[in-house]
Design a protein around this ligand. Structure first.
Ligand SMILES: [Zn+2]
Length: 169
């Protein structure tokens, strides 16, 4: 014989074996701590139908209200240690695994001087190539940089510019 009662917190109908009368359990629906009443506070026939999400294909005047209800049957085990939770809460999903796992934030500096090949400035070409390889969604930021370098042919210090790209890869 089952004890049928509503969770006082979320009104989920619960049915437990009468051997669990008086036990404290965790509601499987709302996780609140509830006490099983000593006897049924209601009968299944008198139950008020809950919101029906999927009505039975062949409605019957006699059992439609009872059949439509979502009933959660609880097994009440014999406790070996007091206070042991009867229903284990599901572990929260590991958010870290879901997105961006194993990807690092990296930086890459392109100096204009290194992009000059036999007199031809290929800075824009090199930058475009790199940005396209990284892909737009992975580019976090770009910063212009200026620096001084020793020009080998003239043996002079020259000012030059470049681009610092912060990206995910
Ligand atoms: Zn509840």
């Amino acid at each position: 014989m089952d004890i049928v009662f509503d969770c006082p917190h979320c009104e989920q109908e619960l049915a437990v074996d009468s051997s669990g009368a008086g036990s404290e359990i965790e509601c499987p629906s709302c996780q609140e701590s509830i006490q099983i009443p000593p006897q049924s506070k209601k009968t299944k026939a008198a139950a008020v139908p809950a919101e029906t999400h999927s009505p039975s294909p062949i409605p019957s005047a006699i059992n439609s209200s009872a059949a439509a209800r979502v009933e959660k049957h609880l097994k009440v085990p014999v406790r070996s240690t007091p206070g042991e939770p009867l229903i284990l809460k599901p572990q929260p999903p590991l958010q870290a695994v879901a997105r961006g796992a194993g990807r690092q934030i990296l930086s890459h500096t392109i100096r204009r001087a290194t992009c000059v090949e036999s007199g031809h400035d290929k800075f824009d070409e090199v930058v475009s190539k790199f940005l396209n390889e990284v892909g737009e969604p992975n580019i976090i930021a770009t910063h212009s940089v200026s620096y001084t370098h020793l020009d080998i042919s003239s043996q002079k210090l020259l000012n030059d510019y470049g681009l610092l790209v912060i990206y995910r890869g």
